[in-house]
Write a protein that binds this ligand. Structure first.
Ligand code: SAM
Length: 213
């Protein structure tokens, strides 16, 4: 995705006027940049602090992350969870898992996080609901599958947050199959009478969905 979808000066201003992440997460960003390929996969401060805020407001006990990478968003969500909360993370990249675990071990919130290696659709079949909170941020080809499956598993009042729903703006003029999946996912959410949602034009787009009570 381009570095800035939103006007660069506006995004910089929002970044500078958002709470900083804790020092451990700043170190995680630095180390991801130095040691990992495609470090731009990491969501960053605006999305991370939004996840922390939503988690702290809703205090989820059973949370799920689909697409963990180096653990930045996982630790952001875990930060807002109660001490006995459990966040299950699905990830296919063993290097990213090893990297993330070194930071989970150093974090006071790391004990809340379990990592499951493997394709998320397969992992989802092994998990039981109900879920209080899910962050979807893995392969876009499966976004609609992830949404529909997680929607079934989410309790009334629970949240589902999907990243990259603007898909660098390609949802406006879809050309590829993956573009179509993003468009279809956003449409299905907007037309689902069982949920309410806010489509935030934050960074690459963040769709915040709440299953109605
Ligand atoms: C955009 S990155 C996640 C970034 C992370 N949520 C953050 O904010 O720092 C997407 C991750 O999904 C993982 N992934 C891709 N396909 C997957 C699949 N089918 N199941 C589980 N994880 C997958 C990739 O290995 C990658 O680490």
């Amino acid at each position: 995705m381009p570095e800035y979808l939103i006007d660069e000066a506006v995004e910089d201003y929002a970044f500078l006027n958002t709470s900083a992440e804790p020092p451990l997460l700043q170190e995680l960003i630095d180390q991801t940049n130095v040691n990992m390929g495609w470090p731009q996969k990491l969501s960053g401060r605006l999305v991370g602090r939004t996840l922390k805020m939503l988690s702290a407001l809703t205090r989820p006990k059973r949370a799920l992350e689909i697409g963990m990478f180096t653990g930045y968003s996982a630790l952001s969500i875990a930060e807002g969870m109660p001490d006995d909360g459990k966040l299950t993370c699905c990830e296919t990249n063993p290097r990213a898992i090893d990297f993330a675990k070194t930071f989970f071990e150093r974090s006071e919130h790391g004990h809340k996080i379990d990592v499951i290696f493997g394709r998320a659709m397969e992992t989802l079949d092994t998990l039981e609901g109900p879920l209080d909170f899910t962050f979807v941020d893995a392969d876009k080809r499966n976004y609609l599958n992830y949404y529909l499956r997680v929607r079934e598993m989410t309790r009334p009042g629970g949240l589902i947050v999907l990243d990259n729903v603007l898909w660098s703006g390609k949802v406006l003029q879809p050309e590829s199959e993956i573009d179509d999946v993003l468009v279809e996912t956003n449409r299905r959410i907007a037309e689902d009478p069982g949920v309410e949602n806010v489509f935030l034009t934050l960074r690459d787009g963040l769709n915040v969905v709440r299953v109605k009570d």
